[in-house]
Design a protein around this ligand. Structure first.
Ligand code: 5AD
Ligand code: FES
Length: 331
């Protein structure tokens, strides 16, 4: 039987640096028991770095005027998706800033084309209205990924005064109601974020019953107002991720790119501490560098094929296998 954790217990485990190894070990055992040894790969396509929002932590924030902006054209995106399918990915993730060039009609056309292949499709394109979410789902999208980022509403509004926490929360509820498999998650180590607040985040993700939870360390970006903030707390992110596994034993949990960006073995540490998913970047050419959410992002100089091969070898080297199915949440 799985244990219910109280907020006090969560805070205690998150703060316990010296027992991190045993926490990660316990999460690894729960992962093995509930979701097995397969690691599911998702091919991540970063198709636009244009964003209407101004999140203070994010390198793609609209006030970052130095960053060259791009969006792939429809045919380019479809070609990238086709290449990823040909490489054997069973899930593709389409991710972008909130770029309204991708209208409902345009997104639906893309979804329908991609879904002619034998793949699960995840969208990660931010906040849209109900009719868009519904239309994307009806066009064939299977999953939606939108992090809540933090459940501390004051902090959320500090980080982007133009955004609204309640609205984001409602996006998550709508997506769930429509029938998507729901992915969410948080950043760890944000300025003014407390362990108390991270414990609330974990309880929130548990309460709304996410199917997937991505947890990454906040990494300050030099072209943002938070450039001098603290962050880079890989170990707290790993403990938070391990706690998530203990609290939601059968969900999908990715070893995040942000973890890899702070440590060359970041994703392996995550896979051995509760994670069961990796999202290799299959974006091609110079777009990879331009999708700079945070500095020193892992793999920006590599090719899709290099990453697929590299991660495949790392996964088998730790005695795990590559998932052969769609790797959806099995309840
Ligand atoms: N450091 C770490 N993660 C970041 N993200 C955005 N900016 C940063 C940063 N500076 C994360 C957010 C977002 C996801 C796509 O990337 O959690 O949801
Ligand atoms: Fe990209 Fe290893 S996964 S280089």
């Amino acid at each position: 039987m799985i244990k219910e954790y109280t907020k006090e217990e969560i805070i205690c485990l998150l703060s316990d640096e010296k027992n991190e190894t045993s926490l990660l070990k316990q999460a690894d055992a729960v992962r093995h028991q509930y979701v097995g040894d397969e690691v599911h790969l998702r091919g991540l396509i970063e198709f636009s770095n244009i964003c209407r929002n101004n999140c203070q932590y994010c390198g793609l924030q609209r006030d970052n005027k130095i960053l060259p902006r791009y969006h792939m054209e429809e045919d380019e995106l479809l070609q990238t998706a086709q290449n990823a399918v040909n490489m054997g990915f069973k899930t593709l993730v389409l991710q972008s800033g909130e770029d309204m060039y991708y209208t409902q009609a345009r997104m639906c056309r893309i979804i329908e084309q991609i879904k002619k292949n034998d793949v699960a499709l995840t969208l990660s394109i931010g906040e849209r209205d109900y009719t868009d979410y519904k239309a994307f789902y009806e066009a064939g999208a299977d999953r939606y990924l939108i992090r809540i980022e933090t459940t501390d509403q004051n902090l959320y509004h500090q980080l982007d005064p133009g955004m609204n926490w309640q609205r984001r929360h409602e996006c998550l509820l709508m997506l769930k109601e429509i029938g998507y498999e729901l992915g969410s998650g948080i950043m760890v180590g944000l300025p003014n974020q407390t362990l108390d607040s991270i414990a609330d985040d974990l309880l929130y993700l548990q309460k709304i019953e996410v199917d997937m939870a991505g947890i990454g360390p906040f990494i300050p970006h030099p072209q943002t107002p938070l450039k001098n903030a603290n962050g880079n707390n890989l170990h707290l992110a790993l403990r938070t991720m391990a706690m998530m596994r203990l609290m939601l034993p059968d969900i999908n949990i990715p070893a995040t790119t942000a973890m890899e960006s702070l440590h060359p073995r970041g994703r392996i540490m995550a896979l051995q501490g509760g994670a069961n998913v990796v999202m290799p970047n299959v974006t091609e050419g110079e777009y990879r560098r331009l999708y700079e959410l945070y500095p020193n992002k892992a793999c920006v100089d590599d090719t899709p094929l290099h990453c697929r091969t590299c991660i495949g070898m790392k996964i088998t080297a730790i005695g795990r296998t590559i998932g052969q199915g769609y790797g959806g949440h099995k309840k």
